[in-house]
Design a protein around this ligand. Structure first.
Ligand SMILES: N[C@@H](CCC(=O)N[C@@H](CS)C(=O)NCC(=O)O)C(=O)O
Length: 219
């Protein structure tokens, strides 16, 4: 069977969210680069794959998907095995906890951390824009409040949904990885259980493989 296709750059956060699931489940895949400089993401061909003209888009045979979390969930569901059960759908309570922390990532963690990554790394390097310190400071305040909740949770369980790594944990990888390249990385030092959790995610083969292609220093 032809490998699935992921359209986007293998450095892009929302693309990496999909790739980390593909790596975890051991699925074959091909990354089809979309040239942002050439505005290829806004081309009719790409908009047919993702109507918002964004990356990632995804193809598995006749099936086309967009939205990184939905794509990654499809991958986890399709390739579920005893070794890679990221959604825990065989256990109602565990699956519910995976859902809870997946929602927390999308609606609490990501809105706090992503502006810091954009302001400190992406905008200066890709758009030549200066860092907006007000946005960074406000986002850091939000992030610290979120991390307090994570610290309390991770002092009771090894991973967010329980004592098993899940889809919810993996979703944190791309933005946290880039956050660690900002001048604010030391914020995590105030949350020892969060730090241990992050280090354990960083030690996963899937994460090690993908992070080898993600920049740690930005021009
Ligand atoms: N919610 C979407 C967000 C996708 C997104 O924002 N992608 C960015 C790159 S990381 C993009 O394509 N930006 C270009 C644009 O919005 O025009 C997802 O999770 O897939």
């Amino acid at each position: 069977m032809a490998p699935v296709k992921v359209f986007g750059s293998a450095m892009s956060t929302n693309v990496v969210r999909v790739l980390v699931c593909l790596e975890e489940v051991g699925a074959e895949y091909e990354v089809v680069n979309i040239d942002f400089q050439a505005k290829e993401h806004k081309s009719p061909e790409h908009v047919a794959r993702n109507p918002f003209g964004q990356i990632p888009a995804f193809q598995d045979g006749d099936l086309f998907l967009f939205e990184s979390r939905a794509i990654a969930k499809y991958v986890a569901r399709k390739h579920k095995s005893a070794d890679a059960d990221l959604l825990r759908e065989g256990n109602l309570n565990e699956a519910a906890m995976v859902d809870v922390w997946t929602e927390v990532e999308a609606h609490q963690y990501n809105p706090a951390i992503s502006p810091i990554v954009y302001e400190c790394l992406v905008n200066p390097a890709m758009k030549g824009l200066p860092t907006n310190q007000k946005v960074v400071d406000e986002s850091l305040d939000k992030l610290k409040k979120v991390l307090e909740v994570y610290e309390a949770r991770l002092s009771k369980t090894k991973y967010l949904a329980g004592d098993f790594v899940s889809f919810a944990d993996l979703n944190h990888f791309p933005y946290t990885y880039y956050f660690m390249a900002t001048p604010h990385a030391l914020v995590f030092d105030s949350y020892p259980h969060v730090k241990v959790w992050w280090e354990s995610l960083m030690s996963r083969p899937s994460v090690k493989k993908l992070s080898a292609n993600m920049p740690t220093s930005w021009p």
